[in-house]
Design a protein around this ligand. Structure first.
Ligand SMILES: [Fe+2]
Length: 180
């Protein structure tokens, strides 16, 4: 996509911070086995702005990119995402990339409320949302790297367990799920 090596490196190491704001979401919502109701969903959406606040005023480039990603990984190309409803190139490229990776990972791994779908189904879903949820150029780049994605997926196969860390720190207290 014409992104330089340093910027790629920053995205690669900052992207795992995308959901750090979930430590501010109550665990009855975070770990709910069923679908969230509308009120719970509004609270869940706040993990983006909480993540942004945790990382704001950071001094390293990695954490600055982490802040951008925390804030924008749920924005959608068509403007129907959250928290701001940014559209197309208003969404920083780091957020547009993480959006696809996050959805692909979510679909293909186990969640408290559903089983994973197959890799083929997940690829189909990403293709279907091109230009709707996802930046068309990032979707093309994603499919350009399909073989790499499959080999990473094989190498880092889920062991079907998670590590839950409880954090109590001033205004942020909650549970962080580190999928291992
Ligand atoms: Fe998220």
């Amino acid at each position: 996509m014409g992104i330089n090596k340093e910027a790629i490196h920053r995205i690669r190491y900052a992207a795992p911070l995308h959901d750090i704001g979930k430590i501010g979401i109550p665990e009855n919502i975070l770990l709910k086995p069923g679908e969230l109701n509308p009120a719970e969903w509004e609270i869940m959406k706040l993990h983006t702005v909480i993540g942004g606040r945790i990382l704001e005023k950071s001094e390293t480039d990695y954490l600055k990119v982490g802040e951008t990603i925390a804030l924008t990984h749920h924005e959608k190309w068509n403007g129907e995402g959250y928290p701001k409803g940014l559209r197309a190139e208003e969404i920083p490229i780091e957020g547009r990339i993480t959006a696809i990776v996050d959805v692909f990972d979510a679909l293909t791994t186990k969640r408290p409320y559903r089983s994973p779908i197959s890799l083929n189904e997940a690829f189909k879903y990403i293709a279907k949302k091109k230009g709707i949820h996802f930046d068309p150029n990032v979707v093309d780049a994603f499919f350009g790297g399909k073989e790499d994605i499959l080999s990473i997926k094989r190498r880092l196969k889920d062991k079907d367990h998670s590590l839950f860390i409880r954090i109590n720190s001033g205004e942020f207290s909650g549970v962080l799920n580190l999928a291992l």
